[in-house]
Design a protein around this ligand. Sequence first.
Ligand SMILES: [Zn+2]
Length: 126
Amino acid sequence: MDPRSLETTLVHQIFGGYLRSQVVCLRCQRPSNTYDEFLDMSVDIMHAGSVQRALADFVRPERLDGDNRYHCERCRVKVPALKRLTVHEAPNVLTVHLKRFDPMNFASGGKIGMLPRRHGLVSGPC
Ligand SMILES: [Zn+2]
């Protein structure tokens, strides 16, 4: 099925949202944005300890430096940059996938902290 048709299915109308991946060149400050549709957000709960912290970690900027430097189209060289994911368009119903296990050693993340009920984007159980 083509991407446009996928977006019109009932599942995508209910659970579909858009993530923005932004990379900002730290030399010229030029932002570069890409947008990707998502049906769920996959967050690392094992190291975060709570859903709220895992969501904060999900949108925390990551510095691209050293071997990970970013090729800026304006500067035309590899430069240090900041990369950040944000929710560009929130879905009607947000599904959060909690990654609770380390696949390398099968360790569990243990009990999950609950979200505060008055969160703007995500609500806890009623
Ligand atoms: Zn640049």
